[in-house]
Design a protein around this ligand. Structure first.
Ligand SMILES: C[S@@+](CC[C@H](N)C(=O)[O-])C[C@H]1O[C@@H](n2cnc3c(N)ncnc32)[C@H](O)[C@@H]1O
Length: 318
């Protein structure tokens, strides 16, 4: 179906969405932007109503994945499939793209619902965002720890961008760990896989001083049980912690579109609390907040790309 598209994301829009200036956009990020189709149409009238009513029905029926504490089964199944796909594709990392980035459906943009012209708009947008994010924040560290690394596709990209750094992919299910281990064996990347549970962080994990931490859509899975991981990070003193996660506190409760995201976030049992806790820790001089940026872009259900970037005080800063 052809989608009419009267709007188009510009370079300035990308910079606004990332929370940087246009000059800060690396050449590679600009090239990815130039290669993409960023046309979209605002959803209005009956079409927008249908999206809203459909989401309300899905909330009533709890028709989306919901965090159940301690239940790894969904992730075991999902990442086992990714592992099998990756092996069947002869070690092709494109087989690792997670399936929850859905093509051809409405998205959230600038606080409203839009219909992109291109079916793979969200995946392409994510590739641009990730290129900018990984190049902007991880350049000068020796070790990068991605917690909740899932299919390993971010680990593979980090290892490609930073061949001298050691990239550690950690997750609480074995297939994720195995994918990261295979990336090393198959492609000679400096990757290491390790089991890790946010609910019971392994204090034995060695985190050298010049390390950075990344989570993408992973802490969202911890509901209210994430204090142990925050304490763990503060104790380990990495140089930088970068979280790309849905942040429920940053929606506007007076907006219908945001109200739906808040209700979906709550219904899915997703995490909350860190922005306020980090602000309290910053007031006590225990952490430094580097950036808090609402995404203003996301899937139909919620904005999963908000940035929460901070460091424990006492970590080495250059
Ligand atoms: C939505 S996926 C995101 C995966 C990956 N970061 C990405 O961007 O595609 C959430 C990940 O968190 C992991 N996870 C969920 N609960 C966890 C826990 N308690 N400890 C460690 N990892 C967990 C899941 O196994 C899964 O890999």
């Amino acid at each position: 179906m052809a989608v009419t598209a009267s709007k188009c994301l510009s370079l300035a829009d990308f910079a606004t969405l990332f929370g940087c200036t246009q000059q800060d956009l690396p050449e590679t990020t600009r090239a990815l932007i130039e290669a993409g189709d960023w046309r979209y149409e605002m959803m209005t009238g009956a079409a927008r109503d249908r999206v809203v009513v459909d989401l309300l029905k899905r909330i009533d029926r709890r028709e989306f994945s919901i965090v159940k504490f301690g239940d790894r089964s969904r992730w075991l199944r999902g990442w086992d499939e990714s592992l099998n796909d990756y092996v069947a594709a002869g070690g092709d990392v494109t087989a690792l793209v997670p399936r929850y980035i859905r093509p051809g459906v409405p998205m959230r943009l600038f606080g409203d619902f839009v219909m992109p012209a291109s079916a793979d708009f969200e995946l392409r947008w994510y590739q641009v965002f990730r290129d900018w994010l990984l190049r902007s924040y991880f350049g000068n560290v020796s070790h990068i720890f991605e917690f909740g690394s899932g299919s390993g596709f971010n680990v593979a990209e980090l290892a490609r961008l930073y061949p001298k750094a050691e990239i550690i992919g950690l997750d609480w299910v074995e297939p994720s760990v195995e994918i990261v281990e295979r990336l090393r064996a198959d492609h000679g990347l400096r990757t290491k896989g390790r089991l890790f549970d946010f609910f019971e962080p392994d204090r034995q994990l060695d985190m050298p001083p010049n390390s950075a931490v990344l989570t993408i859509g992973a802490l969202e899975q911890t509901g209210e049980r994430n204090q142990a991981f925050l304490d763990f990070l503060i104790a380990k003193r990495p140089r930088l912690c970068v979280h790309v996660e849905p942040i429920v506190d940053w929606y506007d409760p007076e907006s219908l579109v945001d109200h739906l995201a808040i209700r979906i976030h709550e219904a899915r049992n997703f995490w909350h609390g860190w922005p306020r806790r980090l602000q309290a820790l910053a007031a006590e001089g225990r952490v430094e907040i580097v950036k808090m940026k609402r995404a203003f872009v996301g899937s139909l259900l919620l904005e999963g790309y908000s940035q929460l970037i901070w460091r424990p005080i006492g970590s080495e800063v250059t």
